[in-house]
Design a binder for this molecule. Structure first.
Ligand SMILES: Cc1cc2nc3c(=O)[nH]c(=O)nc-3n(C[C@H](O)[C@H](O)[C@H](O)COP(=O)(O)OP(=O)(O)OC[C@H]3O[C@@H](n4cnc5c(N)ncnc54)[C@H](O)[C@@H]3O)c2cc1C
Length: 502
């Protein structure tokens, strides 16, 4: 074992979509800054960002019912849906800028247009969906959404779901054609290729084992080269902890007060993947249902057309599950080693509060293939066991923290940016809405960590994101022109005839 030491402007830990996005933005804003990346796996986008490890939904709240909750008075709160949609517009503008400027090519390799639909059954849920539709439809962000309870119309939209269904089954759906399927794995790899071409120093098979502050306020990372077990020391003025599920442990190692009293709870995902090309061909949409009572929001069932490995696929899920690992490639000790004296009470409080979630996860874990098929049959009445295989998706580490509204040990389902008071280090925790919001999340980091530079960066940011600082909902003309130009640049207006999986 030997040791070497180097200093740089920025270190990004982890080669997922988050580090890829931050690195790419920084290279546009301050090309002269030196950036290093350390990733413990062999290549970029292998953990949650990988196409098989997430659902690939470009989350714009077009179909996810958990983003619009019914209030006590029966009205629908659409504020979260608006915020998520606005965030996705920011990501879309940045990807479009990258293609337009020829910094990346072939958008069809990572994004495609795909109708987003919500589908519900039963009187109460149909009433909810109708109210949701009415609340959203007049908002410019959700223009083009259609609603139907008519079986003939639904047969046209979702033949696979309507096939062999009894005419007594009351079903309603909404459909909006401006939805997307995003291959975040491909996008991550494309962005890392781009970063490599811009002289970013990327080290695969390098694990960051420790982080500590130096006397001049920078950070020193202890990095293990997994090829030869050599230990290296690398210093940087700014560090981004983009380790996905690995971020909590790294944040704890920094010792910053902002990282205390925070815990993590891992929830794993399992998808059913269709292996029958005839079935795959009968569906062309992402169809989100309603979460079962007691189910966490990330386990809303959905039946999705996906484009993975240049093939059309059909996935159903995710089923939630429990594994103490924080990364798919993590350790069985991840959960237990994340419990520290400063967060043990927070974790215990969450354990007591979330008994129903624990029970739900255990039940999900125990489901047999036949029981999973029963859930699938709520979507495809004649689904056959032999047409479907199981794949294990990524791990989501839900943040647990003490909040004013929820009290001690409250489980969070969103994405959390934790930064040191002086802005020299930032960590990203949590998973939802995840990769779709990678670009706006980085602006949150800029606001917290680079407030001085942000003013200077603004003209370039506005060139990349024309709506920067504006609410698109309040600027319908701008929204329309952005919709039009991003769809054109990203190839979303073309009817794609992808390679069939036959
Ligand atoms: C089942 C499931 C479904 C999802 N569906 C969607 C969806 O439909 N739409 C959506 O937008 N988002 C979705 N998400 C969320 C999305 O996948 C994540 O938010 C996103 O991929 C996180 O990216 P990341 O870069 O933070 O993490 P990751 O992609 O996990 O990357 C982190 C990287 O850091 C590396 N690393 C960790 N620790 C270290 C260390 N100590 N040293 C060096 N390297 C380290 C890891 O090896 C990994 O490569 C889903 C997630 C799951 C699990």
């Amino acid at each position: 074992m030997s040791s070497s030491q180097t200093k740089t402007d920025v270190i990004l830990i982890g080669a997922g979509i988050m580090s890829a996005t931050l690195g790419t933005l920084l290279k546009e804003l301050v090309p002269e800054w030196n950036i290093k990346v350390f990733e413990k796996l062999e290549q970029a986008g292998e953990e949650s960002s990988n196409e098989w490890n997430n659902a690939g939904t470009g989350h714009a709240a077009l179909c996810e019912l958990n983003y619009t909750v019914e209030k006590k008075d029966g009205s629908i709160d659409i504020s979260k849906a608006i915020a998520i949609n606005e965030q996705f517009q920011v990501s879309m503008q940045f990807w479009s800028y990258l293609v337009q400027s020829k910094l990346i090519r072939n958008p069809e390799d990572f994004i495609m247009a795909l109708p987003h639909m919500s589908m519900v059954q039963g009187k109460d849920d149909i009433l909810f969906l109708k109210k949701r539709f009415e609340a959203l439809t007049n908002n410019p962000l959700f223009q083009g959404m259609e609603y139907s309870e008519n079986p003939e119309q639904l047969k046209e939209w979702i033949p696979l779901i309507m096939n062999q269904r009894s005419s007594n089954d009351a079903i309603a759906a909404t459909k909006i054609d401006s939805g997307t399927d995003v291959n975040f794995g491909a996008l991550t790899r494309i962005l890392f290729e781009h970063l490599q071409s811009r002289n970013v120093d990327i080290h695969y098979k390098h694990s960051v084992d420790n982080i500590k502050r130096t006397s001049d306020g920078s950070w020193e990372l202890k990095v293990r080269n997994l090829n030869n077990s050599q230990v290296e020391r690398h210093q940087a003025k700014f560090v981004f902890i983009g380790g996905g599920g690995g971020s909590l442990h790294l944040l704890q190692k920094t010792g910053i007060p902002e990282g205390k009293h925070i815990g993590g709870f891992p929830v794993s995902g399992i998808f059913m993947v269709c292996n029958n090309p005839e079935v795959i061909e009968q569906h062309h949409a992402k169809v989100y249902g309603k979460a079962k009572v007691g189910a966490p929001p990330m386990s809303v069932p959905h039946l999705d057309t996906r484009f993975i490995d240049n093939k059309k696929s059909l996935l159903f899920g995710p089923f939630a599950g429990f594994s103490p690992k924080f990364l798919k490639t993590g350790s069985m000790f991840d959960l237990i080693t994340s419990v520290k004296p400063n967060n043990v009470l927070t974790m215990l409080a969450a354990g007591a509060k979330e008994m129903s979630l624990t029970k739900y996860l255990i039940q999900q874990l125990m489901l047999s293939k036949e029981q999973r098929l029963e859930e699938l049959r709520e979507f495809i009445p004649n689904a056959k066991l032999e047409d479907w295989d199981l794949v294990v998706a990524g791990q989501r580490v839900q943040v647990i923290k003490d909040t004013e509204a929820g009290g001690k040990g409250t489980l969070q389902f969103g994405t959390e940016v934790i930064t040191a008071a002086d802005g020299s280090i930032a960590a990203l925790l949590g998973a939802s809405p995840g990769a779709s919001t990678a670009v706006p999340v980085m602006f949150e980091i800029f606001q917290k960590c680079f407030p001085q530079q942000l003013k200077e960066w603004e003209p370039k940011i506005k060139e990349m994101i024309p709506s920067y600082g504006l609410s698109l909902m309040d600027h319908p003309d701008l929204l329309q022109s952005i919709h039009h130009s991003t769809a054109e640049t990203l190839g979303l207006t073309k009817k794609k005839e992808p390679v069939l999986s036959l």
